[in-house]
Design a protein around this ligand. Structure first.
Ligand code: C2E
Ligand code: CA
Ligand code: CA
Length: 936
């Protein structure tokens, strides 16, 4: 920390003759005190640095705290307080407080100046005025008559005026009177009394007399004798005046006089026109001018010219309005040197309220000022390179932004980090490292313009602020200059070091509002990218990309929060055996219900967590929830195995199997075989060895595995062999198009072949129509899932669905067709595909070379060749022929209309063509079914 041993600060602090405290501004805790402070306060240093300001400051702690906070914000730096020493003595002090940085925190360095003497002088001055006022009012307070013969005292007033309070009792005889007089004054009083018995001279004497509250008042007793003949006075009449206050004033006046002459502060008293009427010795010492030289002059003869008119105007306004001004200014010594003084001026007003005098107290603070400046330098500069530090950089950045806004210019913020510095530092020692940094700092400064700032953040990190650029492009030649400055070889002790720098650059203004901290972060981020890109280069910060990343971080946060507040739910989509109608399980699919009543689909948010650890957390939740669901269905008497989709990232977790095992243990009611884990085929292929080992281990737990979206990853035979998953889920894209796309049908058929060869179970996704199901059954695929069977639904809905679901009757009749009959199925698809293509041709999206003649299409060729041969004898065959010819007839007419520009007509007849297509399909399906009958 700041005051730590060995730091330059410590010497400055400890050896200083000024009283200094280092204070934590919020709490007022004293962090450190210097020996001068210990002497001043009368505490040992260790004791003092455990106190709080409230222990020594007499003011309200809230008030002193507010003062500290103002000092931290630099709204004020000088304060007046009273501090208590260890022996209880109060001292008036002026406190100069400067914020200093200590790592992340801000402390206050307080310099305490004892101003008791000055304060006393000020007070005394005021008191003397009061005394003058009092003096004008001297009249008798009490009047008495004393009869020496009878020794009786008679009071002539009514006792109404007794300024110092009434005396203890009203004496009626001299003995009474004497008993009320202060013992120390007895002697004199008795003596005086005796003298009056014989003398006839006017008589005056002073004594202290006990008042009603037990304290003594000073009385001035003036009496005159009453005489008739030549004899002694027969009576005396006396007047007593309470002079207690006056005595006190006298005392003070005497003190004031001493203070005036002996004060350390220079004191100047002027008349109301500000002409000097008196100065003290200290004034001469500070300014070099003697009393005679100063008298009669206006203090402005000391002026240094450093302060402008405004300065003096504010000073005078404050004096007139508040009667007081305190501040620092530069004046000129008689020998011509400038000195900084702390000046406090008070105006002294007379009875009528007009200003009569000004009293100024001045302290030479030149040295203090130098200290302060030095302190500020320490606080704002890096001690090694003397470059601005982070704190000053922040100031400069604020200024740069303000300036750019005013003048519509651009600021470039460059974050510079040396490459390979650590190696030099570690390899050659810190000393060499330090010298490198100093050298680089100098080079960077030289590479820049006067108005730019280069700051050191610490380590080998620098920040450059380029201001007043007309546009971002304008720093195009400055950046290479900076790079070059760092790259030029450096020689230290005959050793040449080659290092380089990575620069990250960002600009102000940006489309979105940015603050200095953000700019620094952006530049830092860009610098990091420059490092990643291979160092010794600069990288410009990309706001667009940053926004995306930021958005992503934000959305990830939302997902994490949703997970925590259990917002997600699982829906279940039935998996059935289409032929038997049996419900073989359900696939768990995640959903994110929205407050609006809507439901976010996985495609909407899962891609975000992909490749992110959150995917594993989410995956665990899915597994856990699905297992719990199996349990509760089981409790209802419903046996539903579930499939759960597991993402690649989740699967990659090294403890995936361990956690799965533990999870299964916490659900003992669930048979592990009732859990299927679906792994995307593409994921499996990406890390074949790992995934197959996971599957291997999972299978030992009894869990079933499926390769999801199968067909999209193009597994070859050899891959499939090494992936021991029991199930292949045929991707729904192939199922969707198998009725219209020959290739998809071929893939589907291929997958069925693979499944059979490797003894894997195939299950089809995306069964959206009864026809899909039929065709799948014909191809030998009995297991399926799809909207036509059941959409993903809540667990409750699922129970009802199981109760009511019936497969369409057509499915029960379907049988797998023989390989020899497969071409028939393909022919059907060819035909549909052809009609679809024709559609596109007429609507203007198709390809021109579509064969239109009845003999030219794929179907036609098969029909007349292979088909005729195998099925020509069947009665259905002729009907199909007629239909097919009709299809092409209509198509030709349609195309004719189209090519002659009668587009509307051609479009209108498309419906006719579609009807024919459907009739063909029906007949062909019928044929397929007929040939598939086992009893054929
Ligand atoms: P998937 O594993 O292929 O899941 C089947 C998707 O196909 C589901 O979409 C389902 O609603 C949809 N689908 C089912 N039958 C049909 C149909 O007949 N026609 C059409 N067009 N679509 C059908 P969903 O629920 O939107 O899920 C999309 C994908 O998100 C899933 O594809 C799966 O990869 C992933 N996913 C869903 N839930 C989870 C989960 O809990 N964890 C993981 N890791 N992934 C999940
Ligand atoms: Ca799936
Ligand atoms: Ca799928």
């Amino acid at each position: 920390m700041l005051g730590e041993e060995g730091t330059p600060f410590q010497g400055f602090f400890d050896d200083n003759t000024l009283v200094m405290l280092l204070v934590e501004p919020e709490s007022g805790q004293i962090i450190a005190a210097n020996p001068a402070a210990a002497r001043f306060y009368g505490y040992p240093v260790e004791r003092l640095s455990r106190l709080r300001i409230s222990d020594i400051n007499t003011a309200d702690p809230a008030h002193t705290r507010a003062a500290r906070m103002r000092a931290v914000r630099k709204e004020a730096n000088a304060f007046e307080f009273q501090h208590r020493r260890s022996d209880g003595e109060l001292r008036d002090v002026e406190v100069f407080a400067t914020p200093v940085r200590d790592g992340p925190r801000t402390l206050l360095l307080s310099i305490i100046h004892d101003s008791t003497a000055r304060k006393q002088a000020e007070r005394a001055l005021q008191a003397s005025e009061e005394r003058l006022r009092a003096a004008g009012e001297i009249v008798y307070d009490r009047i008495y008559r004393w009869d020496p013969g009878s020794d009786q005292i008679e009071w002539l007033d009514r006792g109404s005026r007794a300024p110092g309070g009434p005396i203890a009792e009203v004496p009626v005889g001299v003995a009474d009177w004497m008993s009320m007089i202060h013992p120390d004054d007895h002697e004199g009083a008795r003596h005086a009394w005796e003298r009056r018995r014989h003398s006839s001279e006017t008589f005056e004497h002073e004594y202290r007399i006990r008042s009603g509250d037990g304290s003594y008042r000073h009385w001035l007793d003036r009496s005159s004798p009453l005489v008739d003949d030549a004899g002694p006075p027969f009576a005396w009449v006396g007047g007593c005046t309470d002079v207690t206050e006056r005595k006190r004033s006298d005392e003070k006046l005497r003190l004031a006089a001493t203070v005036f002459t002996s004060a350390q502060e220079g004191i100047v008293i002027t008349d109301r026109h500000a002409n000097i009427i008196d100065v003290n010795d200290a004034f001469t010492r500070i300014t070099g001018y003697t009393r005679d030289e100063a008298l009669g002059r206006n203090p402005r003869f000391l002026s240094s010219g450093r302060q402008g008119r405004d300065f003096y105007e504010t000073m005078w306004r404050s004096l007139h309005e508040r009667g007081f001004w305190l501040g620092e200014l530069w004046n000129r010594h008689k020998d011509g040197t400038l000195f900084a003084e702390l000046l406090s001026i008070s105006s002294v007003r007379g009875d009528n309220g007009d200003i009569q005098n000004y009293v100024a107290l001045l302290t030479d603070v030149t040295e203090q000022k130098a200290y302060k400046e030095r302190l500020e330098h320490i606080a704002y500069h890096d001690s090694l390179t003397n470059l601005p530090n982070r704190a000053l950089l922040s100031d400069r950045l604020h200024q740069a932004i303000a300036q750019a806004r005013r003048h519509a210019t651009t600021v470039a913020v460059v974050y510079l980090d040396l490459d390979g510095f650590k190696e030099v530092n570690d390899g050659f020692g810190h000393d060499v490292g330090d010298r490198l940094l100093i050298e680089i700092a100098g080079r960077l400064q030289n590479a820049l313009r006067e108005e730019d700032t280069v700051a050191r953040l610490g380590g080998d990190e620098f920040v450059v602020v380029l201001v007043g650029l007309p546009d971002p492009g304008a720093c195009a030649d400055l950046l290479p200059r900076l790079l070059a400055a760092a790259t030029r070889p450096l020689r230290v002790d005959d050793q040449v070091h080659e290092i380089s720098a990575s620069l990250g650059v960002t600009f102000y203004p940006q489309p979105d509002p940015v603050d200095p901290d953000q700019l620094l972060r952006q530049a830092d981020q860009a610098m990091y990218q420059a490092k990643l890109d291979g160092k010794n280069r600069f990288h410009l910060f990309d706001a667009e990309q940053d926004r995306n990343v930021r958005g992503q971080v934000e959305r990830l946060g939302q997902i994490r929060a949703a997970l925590q507040s259990r917002e997600f739910v699982l829906h279940y989509q039935p998996k059935v055996n289409m032929r038997t109608g049996e419900v073989v399980g359900a696939e768990a699919l995640i959903r994110w219900p929205q407050g609006s009543g809507g439901m976010r689909q996985p495609a909407d948010f899962l891609p975000l967590v992909e490749n992110h650890l959150l995917a594993a957390t989410l995956g665990e939740w899915v597994l856990e929830t699905a297992l719990t669901q199996v349990e509760s269905w089981k409790a209802m008497g419903l046996h539903v195995p579930v499939s759960v989709n597991v993402s690649g990232c989740h699967l990659q977790q090294t403890d995936f199997i361990d956690r799965l095992r533990r999870m299964l243990q916490t659900h003992p009611a669930v048979d592990p075989a009732d859990l299927t884990i679906e792994i995307l085929e593409t994921t499996a292929l990406m890390d074949l060895a790992h995934v197959s080992s996971i599957i291997q281990q999972g299978k030992q737990l009894g869990v079933v595995f499926a390769l999801d979206d199968f067909g999209t990853g193009y597994s070859s035979l050899s891959y499939l062999k090494s992936l021991p998953a029991g199930q292949l889920k045929i991707d729904r894209s192939f199922v969707r198009d198998m009725l219209d796309d020959r290739d998809d049908l071929a893939i589907l058929e291929g997958i069925m072949g693979l499944a059979a060869a490797f003894r894997r179970e195939a299950i089809a996704e995306g069964v959206e129509t009864a026809e899909h199901g039929e065709l799948l059954l014909q191809l030998g695929c009995e297991l399926a899932q799809g909207f036509f069977i059941g959409r993903p639904m809540s667990a409750d809905d699922f129970v009802q669905w199981v109760d009511s679901w019936q497969p369409p009757p057509g499915w029960r009749r379907q049988h797998p067709i023989q390989t020899a009959d497969l071409p028939l199925v393909f022919a059907l698809v060819e035909h549909r595909a052809w009609v679809n293509e024709f559609d596109e041709l007429v609507t203007g999206n198709g390809r021109a070379e579509l064969p239109v003649g009845a003999d030219e299409c794929h179907f036609g060729k098969w029909f007349r060749g292979e088909g005729e041969e195998r099925y020509g004898a069947r009665s259905e065959y002729e009907e199909i022929r007629t239909l097919h010819n009709r299809v092409h007839q209509v198509a030709e007419q349609l195309l004719g209309a189209y090519s002659e520009g009668r587009h509307d007509e051609s479009l209108a007849r498309l419906g006719e063509l579609h009807d024919l297509r459907e009739m063909m399909t029906m007949h062909l399906r019928y044929l397929v079914q007929a040939v598939g009958q086992p009893d054929r």
